[in-house]
Ligand binder design. Sequence first.
Ligand SMILES: *Cc1c(COP(=O)(O)O)cnc(C)c1O
Length: 394
Amino acid sequence: MPGPGAYWFGKEEREAVMEVMQSGYLFRYGSENDPKFLHKVYTLEKEFANYCGANFALATSSGTSSLLASLVALGLKAGDEIIVPAYTFVASYSSVIFLGIVPVLAEIDESLTLDPDDIEKRITSRTKAIMPVHMLGNPCNMDRIMAVAKKHNLLVLEDCCQAAGASYYGEKVGTIGNMGAFSLNMFKTINSGDGGLVVTNDKALYATAFAIHDQGHSPSRLGVEVGARSVLGLNFRMNELTAAVGLAQLGKLDKIVATLREKRNQLKSLISKAEGFKFRTLNDPEGDCATLCTVIFDTKEKAAKVSNALGSKTIDQSGWHVYANMEHILNYLKQVGQPHTKGSYPKTDDILSRAMNISVGVVDGGLGAGWGININSTDVEIETAAKQFLAACQ
Ligand SMILES: *Cc1c(COP(=O)(O)O)cnc(C)c1O
């Protein structure tokens, strides 16, 4: 039950992987003078930066390590606070907590992303940054979030893990704040098995993130660097096989998003005649990935009834995407005095209890999107799904 990229694995990915195997170079660094060295990781970084319209991109081992490297690069330290939405994947919190930074949760609105109206009241003297999460492929209201950040002199790290290919009024997500973190795991828009990317327009942030991800080394080289390490780093490197798949998938990203939008719109128009629900707000109707079609019912009873009838579930039941379902995070938050039990974020609780994710490209029971269509669904299959939805709404 993967994301759309996996549905489109094909000869492009297979051939690229074989080329790397035949080259003999599987590590991201190789011999600069050997024409056999394909430097796929380096190329993925250049092409992804170019795709996003960002000055720099860094390939990593995962979305989580992208977030971690970015948080360190931004200079956040133990005890600092970062504002994070109450609805996001667990990694948005765990990457923060691992560094001793305190995640301060804020409400979401009917776009299922960070509610701009709830940010300011969460700001304290320790707040250093905001982490908008472009949840379910839907860009946050970046105009308002950036305005709050500017007013209070806060850094912005965009969690774009679910939103490769999304844009906000013409700007690719990840390039609006100071840094953006992407994931290439199997549930995301494009998939290299695992993997991640960081984008930024700031050279210093890029250099530090690079150093964090590779034992303190400096960027923009193909070969191994000896010495001259400026920063204490770890190893979050991507390897050549992963980048080979990532590059092949990146080549399909625009077509994936266009196809999903078409199928989502088809489904939307067929089910819109049902009563008692609305579609979630799209902060830029032209910019979301359309990986999911999220519906918000008038009542939680109706949401439960419809999702049960379809063998699905309401979003509040979707495990480690909802703050109140993350027992280990809750324990930590309790220790640092942050509100944490169900009911602490009533607006988020209310929306999630009335909402259901219909799969369009990301078919993931863990996200509450085990039912719906996929990127290869035919017109007939979309019509059948729509009929089932309409019947369940009766
Ligand atoms: C998937 C995801 C991550 C983590 O990505 P990994 O590649 O699995 O480490 C972080 N944040 C969000 C919102 C995600 O959906």
